[in-house]
Write a protein that binds this ligand. Structure first.
Ligand code: SF4
Ligand code: SF4
Length: 416
């Protein structure tokens, strides 16, 4: 990945046309020049010209970027603002470190899968005992973002799962969010893959893909995590590594770039080329379900799928195979405001962006809202609760599994 000073040329490509101001969800919410691509580019030019330091105040502006890439796809000279923001965060993190809460999260929890699961276990206990109700208001608001936690993680379930053998093996990356929060999505993926004659090989010694570390510029930990995952899959004989998480998928696909000009680059690029979103893998292989879902479904395009991986049609094809009646919402590919952990650190902006998304969902009259990223799912399910609606949020693969006679045993969302 390039360092900030290597973007000097791209920074001067901005023609100040303002197209980004029409589409940036953050700018449309806070209406401040420093919260849009054009303003951020200006700040970075001033910094590289030696006129501005990377101060905490400047980082506040850069941190408020969701990294949704909407500006990039609408920018005539295609200035890669998301990459420039990330490079600035990396430079700042190298010199100043991370704020305390984020440091703990990135360095002590998310990089250690067992600790991450224990953190969710503690939350479950706090909810059971009612201790979570004692949290201060701002923390309680963040805790409310998380759905009901499952009885067991997917790793625990896997010990008792017998996956059907096949000569057609596919690797499957077990993401932290699906493992800890949504094991039912992975069960559905297994059911669908088995039905189509594939055997998913799911190593449980993988670690976090590093998405949050990349987002906040903690690249050293990001590289360590990447090397572990590459090593795990080097022992698995499969041409493809599937993921049911848009964020994991785009992060794993960026491993080649992460090691650019380093000795691990070839191996990391080889790994990255194998990574594929499960919806995309199913293209051309889909068999319509015997038990069509027959409900009105609307689909939210995760930024990390539609803009980072150019995957737009295949999730809709999965929904069609499941027998769902697709009702497109307006702005289906507009960011939901979740942004991984953006909703934790920028709660108020995030909720305003979410409210617009939910208003669009509501207009469709759908009873199911489908999406292909657990981070979006957390945010969208929270939006559904926040607006008192009764709409189920599911992954397209769960609907397909249901139409194949499996799945549908996820837990209902509740207010805590
Ligand atoms: S759309 Fe691109 S070129 Fe136009 S103002 Fe925004 S960043 Fe600059
Ligand atoms: S990446 Fe998204 S949030 Fe960031 S400046 Fe571009 S449009 Fe705005």
């Amino acid at each position: 990945m390039k360092a900030l000073h290597e973007y000097t040329e791209e920074l001067y490509h901005c023609i100040r046309c303002g197209f980004c101001t029409k589409v940036c969800p953050v700018y449309n919410t806070v209406n401040r020049e420093m919260a849009v691509s054009r303003g951020r580019i200006r700040l970075m030019r001033e910094h590289l010209d030696g006129n501005l330091e990377l101060t905490p105040k400047m980082m506040e502006y850069l941190d408020s970027c969701l990294g949704c890439r909407t500006c990039v796809t609408n920018c005539p000279p295609q200035v890669p603002t998301d990459e420039i923001v990330r490079a600035a965060r990396t430079k700042y993190a190298q010199n100043q470190g991370q704020p305390l809460m984020r440091h703990v999260m990135l360095h002590n929890v998310m990089n250690k899968p067992e600790r991450f699961s224990k953190a969710f276990g503690s939350l479950k206990l706090a909810r059971t005992t009612g201790l979570n109700r004692l949290l201060p208001k701002t923390l309680k608001a963040r805790e409310n973002l998380l759905p009901n936690l499952p009885e067991r993680t997917f790793k625990e379930e896997l010990k008792e799962l017998a996956i059907k053998k096949s000569t057609k093996k596919v690797g499957f990356f077990l993401g932290c969010m699906d493992n800890n929060l949504y094991p039912q999505i992975i069960r559905a993926a297994i059911n669908v893959l088995e039905r189509l004659g594939y055997e998913p090989v799911i190593p449980t010694n993988v670690v976090c893909c590093g998405a949050a570390h990349h987002t906040y510029g903690d690249m050293n930990i990001g590289r360590k995590l990447a090397l572990k995952n590459i090593k795990v899959f080097s022992n698995i004989d499969a041409d493809v590594i599937l993921t049911d998480c848009a964020t994991c998928g785009s992060t794993l696909q960026s491993y080649g770039k992460l090691f650019q000009n380093q000795r691990e680059e070839a191996e990391a690029s080889n790994f990255a080329r194998k990574v594929m979103d499960i919806n995309e893998f199913l293209k051309g292989k889909l068999i319509p379900g015997d038990l069509p879902v027959q409900e009105t479904v609307t689909y939210h395009d995760p930024c990390h799928l539609v803009r980072y991986q150019n995957v737009k049609e295949s999730p809709r094809m999965v929904l069609a195979a499941a027998g769902a009646k697709l009702e497109e919402m307006s702005e289906a590919d507009r960011c939901c405001g979740g942004g991984g952990t953006y909703n934790i650190f920028h709660y108020d902006i995030s909720m305003k962006i979410l409210d617009r998304k939910i208003a669009n969902v509501k207009k469709t009259g759908a009873t199911i809202l489908a999406t292909s990223c657990p981070a979006c799912r957390i945010q969208l399910a929270h939006g559904i609760k926040r607006h008192g609606l009764s709409i189920e949020v599911l992954h397209p693969i769960e609907l397909l599994a249901k139409s194949y006679g499996n799945g549908g045993e996820g837990q209902a969302e509740e207010l805590h």
